[in-house]
Design a protein around this ligand. Structure first.
Ligand code: UDP
Ligand code: MG
Length: 318
């Protein structure tokens, strides 16, 4: 079988040599793979990543690469890699060797012999990661799974093997706001997961900070659920109902007991409460609107600065 490995790389100098040697020796061990290509997607790195990639390409022709015009994000890099891949089986993995390459054999076995279309991976623990990040991510999975019909397994990673049918379906979703974990779950098919113990990066730092992770979470929720929109109208309805009751009570008191409503605090509190709810709802609307705006503009998901010409391209170009 022809295997394509896709690796998004953003400022990964110093990691790629190690990745290449570990990965290629692991693939060559497996008799399921008669051919393979490793597609390195340089996501607008500011360090020496692109030169290192080109160096590897000179050593081994099975390396392919795409280099983006700027940093478009991991999701865009995954899309570009999937588009470029030609293998019957495709593996997606991080550059930092946090996704153990030896799992490839088990994933290939499940797809080839047990007729799965895709095998994902789940981290058993979050070793080497801060407690706060672990806690926040648990909350994120809870929120997104309660809001959305597409379930995303807790601690699911982007490390995944897919067959051609699955990849082609993923590529059909050409949306601009790409939340890959959701997309993988949304396409369906016959999927399974395997578990592994988390490992630390071989070198360098994680490219994600809390702000990036927060934006990513909002993206995931907005992309796969419209429940917040429904919730905000629901909230509006409840407020309307409650205030109608309160109003009736006031009128009732005035008519039957001659009591004039007093209370500066009541007025202030209701203004603040309503103002808060209104702003929140407008904010929710704004989130969806801004995503729609980006989709409607229909801009390309990434721009390529340069890319390797694979053998078949050369042949077709004569
Ligand atoms: N990455 C990328 N573009 C980005 C950020 C990250 O292509 O804007 C790549 C990065 O090079 C790595 C993978 O995505 O191969 C995962 O990134 P990282 O290890 O920083 O994330 P973590 O393991 O902390 O979730
Ligand atoms: Mg990592």
């Amino acid at each position: 079988m022809f295997l394509s490995v896709i690796v998004p790389c953003y400022n990964e100098e110093g990691v790629l040599d190690k990745l290449y040697s570990v990965l290629s020796s692991e693939i060559e061990k497996d008799s399921n793979f008669s051919r393979y290509e490793i597609i390195l997607v340089d996501d607008g790195s500011k360090d020496n990543t692109l030169n290192e990639i080109k160096g590897l390409k000179k050593l081994d022709d099975r390396i392919e690469y795409i280099s983006f015009a700027r940093n478009f994000g991991k999701e865009a890099a995954i899309f570009a890699g999937l588009k470029k891949s030609k293998g019957e089986l495709v593996v997606l993995m991080d550059a930092d060797l946090q996704h153990p390459p030896e799992l490839i054999h088990q994933m290939a076995d499940l797809i080839i012999n047990q007729n799965y279309d895709s095998v994902g991976t789940i981290r058993k623990d979050r070793e080497g990661e801060s407690k706060i990040r672990g806690f926040l991510s648990t909350q994120f999975y809870k929120v997104i799974n309660s809001l959305s019909e597409t379930t995303i397994k807790k601690n699911a990673t982007d490390y995944r093997m897919m067959n051609r049918k699955f990849v082609n379906s993923v590529l059909e979703l050409s949306e601009y706001n790409r939340f890959t974990k959701g997309i993988f779950s949304w396409v369906g098919y016959n999927c399974t997961d395997i578990e592994y113990n988390n490992v630390d990066r071989v070198c360098g730092d994680s490219k994600w900070n809390y702000i990036k992770l927060f934006k990513y979470s909002i993206e995931g929720i907005v992309a796969f659920s419209t429940t917040p929109l429904i919730l905000s109208s629901f909230l509006g309805f409840i407020m309307f109902f409650l205030s109608a009751i309160v109003m009736l009570v006031f009128v009732f008191k005035y008519i039957f007991f001659g009591e004039v409503v007093k209370g500066f605090p009541t007025v202030i509190c209701s203004i603040f409460l309503l103002g808060g709810i209104q702003l929140l709802s407008i904010g929710v609307l704004g989130q969806y609107l801004s995503k729609m705006y980006l989709e409607v503009k229909n801009r390309p998901i990434y721009l390529t600065k340069e890319e390797s010409e694979s053998v078949s391209d050369v042949v077709t170009k004569g």
